[in-house]
Design a protein around this ligand. Sequence first.
Ligand SMILES: *Cc1c(COP(=O)(O)O)cnc(C)c1O
Length: 729
Amino acid sequence: MYGIKEKFPHLPESISGLREMAYNLWWSWHPEGRALFKLLSRTGWYLSNHNPVKMLNGMDEGSLQEASRDPHFMRHYNSVMARFESYMDSSNSWFSSNVADPKKVRIGYFSAEYGLHHALPFYAGGLGFLAGDFLKECSDLGIPLAGVGFMYPQGYLRQRISPDGWQVGACELLDRENAPIRKVTTPNGEPLSVKVPVIDPPIYLEAWKVQVGKTELYLIDTSAEINDPWNRIISDRLYTGDPEQRLRQEIVLGIGGVRILKALGIDCSVLHLNEGHPAFAVLERIREKVEAGSSYREAFEQVRGTTVFTTHTPVPAGHDVFSFQLMEKYFGSYLPTMELDRDAFLKLGVNPAGKSGFNMTAFAMRCSAYRNAVSKKHHEVTCKMWHQLWPEVTEDRVPIDYVTNGVHIPSWIDRRMGDVILNRYLGRNWLEEHDQPRIWELIEEIPDEVLWKHHSSMKALLVSRIRERARQKWLDPERADPRLVMASGVFLDPSALTLGFARRFASYKRPTLMLQDLERLRRIVNDTWKPVQIIFAGKAHHDDQQSKLLLQAVFNAAKDQSFGGRIAFVEDYDELLAQYLVHGVDVWLNNPLPPNEASGTSGMKATLNGVPQLSILDGWWIEGYNGRNGWAFQGAEGDGRDGKDAAAIYETLEKHVVPLYYDVDEEGIPHGWVQVMRESMKMTGPHFSTRRMAKEYTDKFYRSAIGSAMKFRGRTAREGAKVDLFGRI
Ligand SMILES: *Cc1c(COP(=O)(O)O)cnc(C)c1O
């Protein structure tokens, strides 16, 4: 049974509010919510890996009854429920007071991945966390958004490393009953089923709902029995390498996604495409309007005028290009339903500066009136890359804007840092007003001892968590290989300067850059009085052999005795491990090959928590680095640039980072270092938050797109639309 009422049948009436709360990710960014579940059962919370749905499913009726009779628990329950309900009910929001009545508009937000919580493994990396953080912030600001994405039953690649360093991913099927997702049903309780017209034989989609505070996220599921086996696996996993299967995925996401919203009665005034994958959504929106009586041209103009497209990929090879044959095979019978002929359609996807085929980014650019890159530098690169779509203007007039990425502050700040330190020194309202720079000026008031003590405890916690994972390996007869255990952080020392490098393993991120000069690295890490240690984590994509080789090289360094246990590779990087790392290491290391890192967000999570970044000048760091809040170096050009960039890192470590870190007073406090920590927080808190970003999206694009939607709504069909088919300005 699918309805919420059927969940947790053993839950006593007096605490039945836990049902709604468990299925609303509100608890994931409200510490009081998490604390309530932990109070209910500390062991259950631990064993469920901080997942209240799993925890409640596993609790027996007796313990729940007991909790409902415990006055201490009930006091907490009542107070947290009141806060949850007031959050959910509040009709006053930033959006309602500044933009429009949220009941009258809806923004459909489409993304191939979402990083919301480790219990929902529907992400590969930064793109997903950007989308996940955005949904949470829209809930906080009252921006009326409905998210659409995929339910990947095998989204979770549990990373396992063999003793010789090879990534052998074990796919773990998502346990749907125990995840905070609910199947979407029709009013009579049947699973919603929506047909995608383009694919033959037709495919039927079901959907799951994730409640993210006030924001709803719908996840498409293709696994229904009624589908052909080949179709059932369309949404099996993120980013398949096979072009045809990938095209089918994107058809399902874009066209299927619009159909699901329609079936649910969700009428979106604005469409926001997060990267090119879901761009076919515009076609279905055009088709709907043509079906309702508009001409193709008018429908195109209306859809384009209400579509926002965010591009994230600064390298040409990163954009999906499908062959024209493949496009014809799938779209041949669909196009006539919107009075669009084949040639005109294929032209929409032509990239004059790139290889032949249907380019999803070119298509999305032409079909949206609002387009943006995700950092200042990425904006420059994007305008250059897509200049040919607007040959009549100079490069600096290419109609693409930018909104620099950010991170959701309540999700990524350590709970104690927020609740104890910032509440005390920044004032109780700091979280409500966290995009105001003046609030963060008060960081100067935090005494060095307080910040340092906090940071030291976070680092101790990180080291203890990593060692515990290593110990569990040691206890597992199948994994107790000493090489595996030694490489995974048993020797980590909470008093040594600790660098963190954790992200997807992809070659442009250069995870092995630090290993360029092994002799020099050995000297740095093995210093007797000023040791340095490096913690690596990250997954390679399943089909990416090259990245698996990079991972192996890192792993081999970790188990190499000559590094004395100062290099660790921690398996299975996910949201939970990311939290420990960004709160607990001393320095966040980032060394992609410029200009490949469009923005990067993990460094924002670290710096927010007073973990300064050492990074090459690329992505957000070009905007974020101010000379006081960490360390930066310019990437080298031409031949041998990896060697030069590595040398720049070694030198920065030797000359600046190591001496500053170990320059401590009698109490062991490195005052100079603590000042860098403060500067990090002061920069990131106000400027690199999802709040600043969501307000910018609203002010730059949504406001005006909503205006267009209102205008179009008032117009009659087949009336005056004159716009170049290519959507040129
Ligand atoms: C933030 C985050 C990312 C993105 O990291 P980048 O360094 O920006 O690539 C990837 N994975 C996880 C688990 C994250 O939390």
